[in-house]
Design a protein around this ligand. Structure first.
Ligand SMILES: O=c1[nH]cnc2c1ncn2[C@@H]1O[C@H](CO)[C@@H](O)[C@H]1O
Ligand SMILES: [Zn+2]
Length: 385
């Protein structure tokens, strides 16, 4: 399997932050045009490395501090339009055929835009990027997820906007930000409103904080999907010992997870519920290494969860901060965790099944784009999926 194969393979992306995926050169040009002088570097390559190294901090709060720099240049309609357009084009060039891109409108009001201005500028940018990508021969569909910040108090207002714009490019709602100390139940009003409106939402849960956060997100808030959810392994045991103890004991054996006999693995009630109910996990391996939510790609829980057939999806989280792309994430799993093209086809179909657009549109992408795309690379998939 070559790098070209990975790029050409159709990919679906459910968890990518708009403010975590800017081109370094664009940040520099936008900073120049709005008179922002706080950038830590003024040359694109140096700035790219600054984001990667600063985000590689070992903690989620410090990782999140780097967003101050991208948000600083995303306060005008022109800036938002350009960033959204380039996001669609960059994803399409990497072989992504469907993406849900998330951002928090409340973080873009510093220069006087209204929440509606922000949403409309981003949507217009996505439409522009889709048109340019199609003209380049890389068709992509991009929808927006509106995020509310978990430490703030705007979630109901943002949820109402997600419903108001549901037929104009917004597919759903999300909660993000530092997890510890800000349980999702703080935003119960927003979730209850969304459920009354039959709207879709995902919650960042089980990234920096463990099972209580996942349990609240699913059983109390009613999340359709889990952002990360990687800590669900806290409810999985190997030989009756917590998975995390076992993984530490095999740290020097990179193949341990790929070869683990699944007969030795048992699921607790919550992990079983997540698997039984096919709750999608929006997993982001490289991001988890930077925030210390996982030890290495080889030992990342995504490979165990895939083997146990949880509804696993593969995502980038923040392409700028994690210096990644969908084909890079896929390549890392192939070279370091034994993944095959068949596995990539499976996570892609999983993602498309779990997307927040209507069922018939998801099916059309699976049948008309994803399956033929893998077949063209010589991967037909099992007779029944
Ligand atoms: O992995 C993550 N966990 C929690 N919050 C995040 C993560 N990545 C980004 N954001 C937060 O989401 C906001 C809207 O896009 C970003 O500004 C950042 O603060
Ligand atoms: Zn995220």
């Amino acid at each position: 399997m070559t790098t070209d194969d990975l790029r050409h393979a159709p990919k679906a992306l459910l968890h990518d932050h708009l403010d975590g995926g800017l081109r370094p050169q664009t940040i520099i040009e936008l900073a120049d045009s709005v008179g922002y002088s706080g950038l830590p570097a003024t040359e694109a390559e140096a700035l790219r490395l600054w984001f990667r190294d600063s985000a590689n901090s070992g903690s989620l709060p410090r990782y999140l501090e780097t967003f101050d720099q991208t948000l600083a240049v995303m306060q005008t309609a022109e800036g938002l339009f350009r960033v959204a357009s380039e996001c669609a084009q960059d994803l399409a060039a990497d072989g992504v055929v469907y993406a849900e891109s998330r951002y928090a409108p409340e973080q873009h009001l510093v220069e006087g835009l209204t929440l509606e201005d922000v949403i409309e500028a981003v949507n217009a940018g996505f439409r522009d990027g889709e048109a340019k990508a199609a003209a380049e021969g890389h068709p992509i569909r991009v929808t927006a997820l509106l995020t509310a910040m978990r430490h703030a108090a705007k979630s109901t207002e943002i949820a109402e906007l997600a419903v108001r714009y549901r037929d104009e490019g917004v597919a759903g709602f999300d909660i993000a930000g530092a997890e510890a100390g800000y349980p999702p139940t703080r935003h119960l009003d927003a979730f209850e409103y969304l459920r009354r409106e039959n709207a879709h939402f995902t919650i960042h849960a089980g990234e920096a904080f463990g099972l209580p956060s996942i349990w609240e997100a699913i059983q109390w808030c009613g999340a359709d999907r889990l952002g990360h959810g990687v800590r669900i392994v806290d409810d999985i045991a190997v030989d009756g010992r917590p998975f995390n103890d076992w993984i530490e004991s095999v740290q020097d054996e990179p193949g341990a997870l790929v070869e683990l006999d699944l007969g030795r693995v048992t699921l607790g009630r919550l992990a079983a519920y997540v698997r039984d109910m096919r709750i999608p996990l929006e997993m982001c391996p490289s991001s988890n290494l930077q925030t210390s939510a996982a030890l290495s790609i080889a030992l990342h829980p995504i490979t165990l969860l895939k083997r146990l057939r949880f509804r696993v999806t593969l995502n980038t989280d923040n392409r700028l901060m994690s210096d990644t792309s969908m084909s890079k994430e896929a390549g890392l799993l192939v070279t370091e965790a034994g993944w095959t093209m068949e596995d990539l086809r499976w996570v892609t179909i999983n993602a498309m099944k779990s997307a927040f657009i209507p069922f018939d549109e998801r099916l059309a992408l699976i049948d008309d784009v994803i399956k033929p795309g893998y077949a063209a690379l010589g991967h037909e998939g099992p007779p029944t999926t």
